[in-house]
Design a binder for this molecule. Sequence first.
Ligand code: FES
Ligand SMILES: [Fe+2]
Length: 344
Amino acid sequence: MLRVDLYNGEDAFQADRMRVLRRSWQFVGHEAMTPNPGDYLAEEVGGAPVVVVRNARGELAGFHNVCRHRAGALVADGQGHCGEAFVCRYHGWRYSLDGRLRSATDFGAAPGFDPRDFGLFPTRVETWRGLVFVNLDLDAPPLSALVGPLESVPPFPDFPLTDRRSHRLACNWKTYVENYLEGYHLPMVHPEFDADVVVADYLVEIAGQVIFQSAPARDASVYAGTWAWLWPNLAINTYRHGYMIERMTAVGPQETRLDYFYFFDPARGAELAQMFTASDRVTAQDKQVCEEVQRNLGAGVYRGGVLSPKHERGVAWFQARIAEAHGEHPQPAFPAKAGTQVFS
Ligand code: FES
Ligand SMILES: [Fe+2]
């Protein structure tokens, strides 16, 4: 059962960050975005600034993007190159790419100051099929435990990062995730999907912490492929001519940013343009319903409803995991009587 109080307010938002987003594997980019030593990706993960850098051995290492002197940022957010060391942007402390403090610029003699006590705080970094994930929980199970069920997905084609697009939604991140996790809304919200896929045969499968959705594609569809969602806020969508990673970032209690990373056959420019048109339309449709739901969740009337056993098993699974993360024993999500619900 959905807990309305978790969808509004700063306290609930911070609780999600601490109990869910900072304890799970979070996608930050593709390995191809950091080909050379010194190349980095800097992002916020659960509100914490982190940097993933390729070191001299060609491996990826992750750190909090927070200087141990007075919390300056080592690098600007985004993609960049820092050479052989991080040099803090505030007072110039210098850290090697393994996180050790190498010099405290013009610091002066300070008895008892041991640079070994001031290395950067590490994060976990692991990759799967070139996708780079960070976890702030140093004791978290390995990424392989999360992505295991995805091994059944055919290998991704070796296409470059062709494009990135972002959208902002005025809703809690969970409101959007729940929208992503069901196809029940397709006929009402995305009627044009009906031309591409057979909505009536829509399937939801839960495997570990991955939820697969599929529907038989009609002949000319660009959507033929797999839609896989990974706990707690990532989707990997494969299409006929490439794949797209969709990150659902919690920006505020009622603000979500969707980042789409498109890896497509560069020779398929026309199909990609068609994808963008379709994808922008679908996002605009989902944005509208999610923002309306969010408004209603904050209106103090709705106290939780019922979920369709046929269509909303993914939503139920997600709500149960969220409740667990917040220390609750999940309640049954479905009405006692399943089946077609016709009311007279
Ligand atoms: S905060 Fe980084 S050197 Fe001062
Ligand atoms: Fe949708």
